[in-house]
Write a protein that binds this ligand. Structure first.
Ligand SMILES: Cc1cc2nc3c(=O)[nH]c(=O)nc-3n(C[C@H](O)[C@H](O)[C@H](O)COP(=O)(O)O)c2cc1C
Length: 390
């Protein structure tokens, strides 16, 4: 059997601090501090605690060169444990599953730090609403109390007399559209979004508008949003809840065909599923259409191999799509939102995504705004709510 180290692993000396009465009774501060070595290997997606001897062996073995395991016979137990955990890989069938994961990561050309960030910042089962309550930060006033004052709302770099003032020009219909863009947290599920309105928003935001065919297997799409390298890695998955003519359920949007591809349902009520996906933010759960922004990392990293900016570029693209979605929805008389507070692991499972190839970046949504503002929206200039009240 030949072995080598997995492609990417970072070692973190971690301190865990816990209350311990015996420390307090002994005259201390009541806190017990334990230090451990954690191995963060993105192809595993879960941390592994390692001993000093295991840590040393990881440093000794090459991620590129295979060596005979027999050469490490004096440390057989350590090798076996690291193989079991997937931190070492072997060329045998028995260790094929871990080797395949490692090879998937190698073949996707991640920057190692970006791969690690991506793998270890995914949520599962998080209830962000409860977390805010527990920390006493669920309103702006409470946040100020708990966190103190934030950094100033806008930076100033010169004295007032050094300012070169710019003219404020008369608003056009575009300014009016921008002014009516407000994150919607109050949806009215009793009214369906018309099929054509839904189709128009999808067409404007996510559809391929044209293409450049370099060769049969190398095609670049033109869309209404910019994209790093013109690669458009972002796939759009949908949870359709209340749209005329569309069966509620999960879909993939095919951007060249401008068509919905059905995906198997979550096997439980859609709204309950949506609540888990948006980390219990009930104010988004009634949106008529939920949109998962799901980048295919391998598409962007095909060009930007091991690139320090690759992951950032993909995250920025989420912002372009989101803003275009907000504006398309606003233009259609609908409300829209984006949230980064999502349970990625459950989303990956539901849509069948391998997070090394394809992730869950953010959730957006759109639909009819409700008549009553039950959850706060930021509309200080009253551009949305006064209009809604007539
Ligand atoms: C990347 C991103 C993530 C956001 N995540 C959340 C979220 O988790 N929950 C939420 O209620 N709003 C979320 N928002 C919306 C912001 O709270 C909102 O944009 C902000 O309060 C300004 O209000 P406006 O969009 O109406 O101008 C997010 C916005 C952005 C850009």
């Amino acid at each position: 059997m030949r072995i080598r180290r997995c492609a990417v692993v970072y070692l973190e000396p971690r301190e865990q601090v816990e209350f311990d009465l015996s420390v307090l009774l002994g005259g201390g501060d009541g806190l017990r501090r334990d230090r451990r070595w954690m191995a963060l290997a993105p192809h595993l997606g879960a941390e592994v605690e390692v001993t000093g001897a295991e840590r040393e062996l990881l440093g000794e073995l090459s991620p590129g060169q295979w060596v005979e395991a027999d050469a490490l016979a004096d440390r057989r137990d350590i090798v076996e444990r690291l193989l079991r955990e997937g931190l070492l890989v072997a060329d045998t069938d028995e260790h094929g599953a871990m080797r395949a994961r490692d090879e998937t990561l190698r073949g996707t050309y991640w920057h190692p730090l970006a791969a690690t960030l991506h793998a270890f910042t995914r949520w599962t089962g998080v209830d962000t609403v409860q977390n805010q309550k527990d920390s006493g930060t669920e309103t702006a006033v409470k946040m100020r109390d708990v966190l103190g004052a934030p950094p100033v709302e806008a930076a100033r770099r010169a004295d007032a007399n050094a300012l070169q003032k710019l003219p404020r020009l008369a608003p056009t219909s575009f300014d009016d559209l921008l002014a009516r863009r407000t994150t919607c947290r109050n949806f009215d599920p009793s009214r369906k979004v018309p099929f054509e309105t839904f189709a128009q928003v999808m067409q404007r935001v996510f559809a391929a508008q044209a293409e450049v065919r370099v060769t049969d297997d190398t095609v670049f799409l033109k869309k209404n949003v910019p994209s790093g390298g013109g690669l458009h890695p972002m796939e759009c998955y949908l949870i359709v809840q209340h749209v005329e003519g569309v069966e509620p359920g999960l879909y993939h949007y095919q951007s060249q065909e401008h068509a919905l591809e059905p995906v198997a349902g979550p096997g439980r009520p859609l709204r309950e599923f949506v609540m888990d996906m948006v980390a219990q933010q009930h104010w988004f759960a009634d949106a008529h259409v939920i949109v998962l922004l799901s980048p295919r990392f391998d598409r962007t990293f095909w060009k930007y191999r091991h690139h320090a900016k690759g992951y950032r570029v993909i995250a920025l693209e989420g912002g372009h799509l989101s803003q275009t979605l907000y504006l398309a929805a606003t233009d259609a008389g609908l409300g829209a939102f984006i949230t980064g507070a999502i349970n990625e692991v459950e989303l990956e499972q539901a849509f069948g995504l391998n997070p090394i190839h394809q992730g869950a970046l953010a959730i957006c949504g759109f639909g009819w705004r409700g008549q009553v503002m039950e959850t706060a929206e930021l509309d200080p200039a009253e551009r949305v709510w006064v209009k809604a009240d007539g």
